[in-house]
Design a binder for this molecule. Structure first.
Ligand SMILES: [Zn+2]
Ligand SMILES: [Zn+2]
Length: 498
């Protein structure tokens, strides 16, 4: 099977191939040159492997013979070694470690809990030039919320620093040339420096890594990441979300000393909160249709509609449409209002919140599902969190306030974006309004749970990639997908009852 028996592919061969390595190989206790991980704090599995490959002059096919790693030429070695538990376990075994070190798992580096496999799509090997030259790479350098190596202060790169060609980490290197640029021959890993690196960790790395990992662990214990449906790219969203948290980390002392009391302008009555949760429950449906707007959110949503209507250029809304947009706020059309010279549009007339028998209803087909599903997910987090207590009433008033306020902000933004998107069909002038140009976004959220209560939320919006479609078409598509889900659910239910 193997043309190279294990004994031959071991470092002996490497030592022969690189005479200058022989004395070093003879000195180390590990079967590998560079196999002592203790000198490389929290190194990544890929970093460990890349260094072993270089210092022991291994060929791609040696990965199986030496470490039991079965790989294809097209595999991105850095991606495989980050996400494959089986490959990490094999490498750990070959290095005589009891288990794969926790620092090889990406989850150890995340300052939140999440059920999603993040950062994989798309995955790009990212490194610090100074660290990698010595054969050191850590998953810290892959985290999108860091732009620079914390101890060298160099920009983290995904390309060759000399010619900007993409870094290739496929399983197809020539001996002694893994991590060497294929375009300009620049060597990202300098063998001689890696040898020195075997006895000396990058200055300052140890302390920073220990502090970072402790912080991430502490945050993970109390924060949950809520990922939107069909996220368009996680890197930018996570970078924005976590950067603000890291700023908080640096000023933590100030935060701790100034004891923060929960502050909210108006404490919702417990009954009001209960009623609001019940109404938001409709957002769980496959195609929710209309939301009976919780009382505390009515004004905010009505204001979204009227604010936009009042900003539109003259002759864009008909008189009746304008009145529909303003009625929720109880205002009349402004003096000098110039109505559009067209028939009333059915699709425009259904956009503002409608009042029926003293209740406000919001048409959800003009809100992108990733917005209202985020709101319902947040309610779930609060409720599940209090499940031990058995029912809604156990959500504390502060917790209810935090959740409902966040839901309101999410719904208002989703509604504002949806309004502009759908209006743009009748009012193309919106595209020339810089601040109100139609665009759609999706919310990414971190929820903080302290002492059993959801105590804070942090939301960032990232653009939804509409491709060649217009924003209104993307909303139509989302509604069509909801409709299909609804039909499937009905069929499944019917079958269950047969
Ligand atoms: Zn560095
Ligand atoms: Zn290059």
């Amino acid at each position: 099977m193997n043309d190279t028996p294990n004994t031959v592919s071991l470092p002996l061969l490497a030592a022969e191939a690189r005479e200058n390595l022989t004395p070093f190989a003879a000195m180390t206790e590990s079967p590998w040159v560079g196999g002592d991980l203790s000198v490389m704090p929290a190194a990544s599995a890929f970093g460990v492997l890349a260094r072993l490959v270089r210092l022991n002059a291994l060929k791609p096919k040696d990965l199986f013979a030496s470490f039991g790693l079965r790989l294809r030429r097209a595999d991105d070695l850095s991606e495989v070694m980050t996400f494959s538990h089986a490959r990490q376990a094999a490498l750990a075994k070959a290095l005589r470690l009891p288990d794969a070190p926790p620092e090889w798992a990406l989850s150890t580096w995340l300052p939140f809990r999440t059920g999603s496999e993040l950062l994989r799509d798309p995955w790009k090997f990212r490194y610090c030039q100074m660290c990698l030259a010595t054969g050191y790479h850590t998953l810290l350098h892959q985290l999108p919320w860091l732009d620079h190596c914390p101890w060298h202060h160099c920009v983290l790169r995904t390309q060759c620093p000399l010619c900007a060609a993409p870094t290739t980490v496929r399983v197809e290197w020539l001996v002694d040339a893994n991590l060497r640029c294929k375009s300009c021959d620049h060597d990202l890993l300098v063998t001689e420096r890696a040898m020195v690196g075997s006895v000396e960790a990058p200055n300052g790395a140890q302390t920073f890594l220990e502090e970072y990992l402790a912080w991430a662990k502490e945050r993970r214990a109390k924060t949950i990441l809520l990922v939107p449906d069909k996220p368009s790219g996680s890197h930018a969203a996570l970078s924005k979300l976590v950067k603000t948290q890291m700023i908080e980390m640096r000023s933590r002392r100030r935060f701790d000393s100034a004891k923060r009391e929960p502050q909210y302008a108006h404490k919702p009555l417990a009954l009001d909160a209960l009623e609001s949760f019940r109404r938001l429950d409709v957002l769980h449906q496959d195609r929710p249709g209309f939301l009976q707007v919780p009382r505390m959110m009515c004004n905010a949503l009505a204001a979204v509609a009227s604010n936009l209507a009042l900003k539109l250029p003259p002759r864009t809304l008909t008189g009746r449409e304008m009145r529909l947009f303003l009625v929720g706020m109880g205002i009349e059309e402004p003096k000098g209002f110039q109505p559009a010279d067209r028939r009333q549009s059915q699709s425009v007339a259904m956009l503002p919140p409608t009042n029926v028998a003293g209740q406000q209803y919001l048409n959800l087909t003009c809100v992108h599902p990733s917005a209202y599903r985020a709101a319902s997910r947040l309610v779930d987090v609060a409720l599940n969190n209090s499940l031990a207590m058995g029912f809604h009433g156990q959500v504390s008033p502060h917790e209810a306030h935090v959740v409902l306020l966040a839901c309101q902000q999410i719904l208002c933004r989703g509604y504002a974006e949806g309004l502009r998107a759908i209006l743009s069909r009748d009012i193309p002038q919106l595209y020339s309004m810089p601040r109100d140009r139609p665009h759609l976004g999706q919310p990414w959220m971190i929820a903080t749970i302290e002492n059993g209560n959801l105590s804070a939320t942090h939301v960032v919006w990232c653009p939804i990639d509409c491709g060649k479609l217009g924003e209104a078409d993307v909303l139509d598509q989302a509604d069509a997908a909801n409709r299909r889900r609804q039909i499937t659910s009905v069929r499944l239910n019917n079958r269950r009852h047969l």
